[in-house]
Design a protein around this ligand. Sequence first.
Ligand SMILES: Nc1nc2c(ncn2[C@@H]2O[C@H](COP(=O)(O)OP(=O)(O)O)[C@@H](O)[C@H]2O)c(=O)[nH]1
Ligand SMILES: [Mg+2]
Length: 311
Amino acid sequence: MSPSFLSNLWNGLTKTRDAIVGPIEALFSKKKAIDEETLEELEAVLIQSDLGIAATSAIIDSLRECGSRGERLDADGAVALIEQELVSILGANTVPLVKAGQPPTVVMVVGVNGTGKTTSIGKIASMLVREGNKVMLAAGDTFRAAAAEQLEVWGNRIGCNVIRHKEGSDPAAVAFDAYQSARARGFDYLLIDTAGRLHTKSNLMEELKKIKRVISRECDGAPHEVLLVVDATTGQNAIAQARVFNEAVGVTGVVLTKLDGTARGGIVVAISQELNIPVKYVGVGEGAEDLRPFNPDRFVQGILRIDGEAR
Ligand SMILES: Nc1nc2c(ncn2[C@@H]2O[C@H](COP(=O)(O)OP(=O)(O)O)[C@@H](O)[C@H]2O)c(=O)[nH]1
Ligand SMILES: [Mg+2]
């Protein structure tokens, strides 16, 4: 793994790391018995970072158990215990993007406006192109011309074809055309951008369902992925959004963006645990390189280890 990969993720998680590790170092400044007061303060820190109730309780329980065995902990010891719990919740493995037996692999990208759908499509496409794939993009957010233009800018930058129709046209028709074209021309991946206007929630969900239906009529098993993009800075609201989209279109993976802008990166854990949907990518900045396949180990180290190295 290249150093820039690590430093990118590392830098992106600085706010979350500071918010968790700082208080832990203060709480366990010297090796101490684990009393209820300490546990309560630690619980507040973990809840603040949006790890979620379930993960927080698991961590607190395990520390309490440790305390009842008469063990004393310093900050390193506490961090190691928390790390263990988080890795056991998140699992050790990166869950990769599904690849279809027959190309193109169709990936539909959904989520609320402004969460980073179009940007994430650009970043994922850029990654796939670098790996040698032929990638096509479909401008399924037909609500504003600017949305298709934004996708075209990405397409031009990374050398991908972009299929777009006129503003206001049917997104399912864009997806259909793009699929036909991608299949006929032997593309490996088709990434479909969609709209995210929530003030017309039921229409939006119907629109997304229709795109999905049209694609699945063309190819059994497609779309092969429905990626939900959520903005980490929205905290627990991200969970509520995930529930709504999952119910409507069956989400297969989460892209969590803007981790660089929040101290509440623990939301990754809450999403994995409460929704049982794998986090597949995390966004840590606005550039083409600032999206990473989600690696639980690296992530947990990124939010817990100040020195950047496994101790
Ligand atoms: N800091 C940061 N900004 C991001 C990230 N992902 C997306 N953005 C920004 O979020 C804004 C909205 O993104 P966009 O892709 O247009 O969202 P969409 O409405 O869901 O398509 C843009 O200014 C992006 O540059 C990220 O991981 N980190
Ligand atoms: Mg967009």
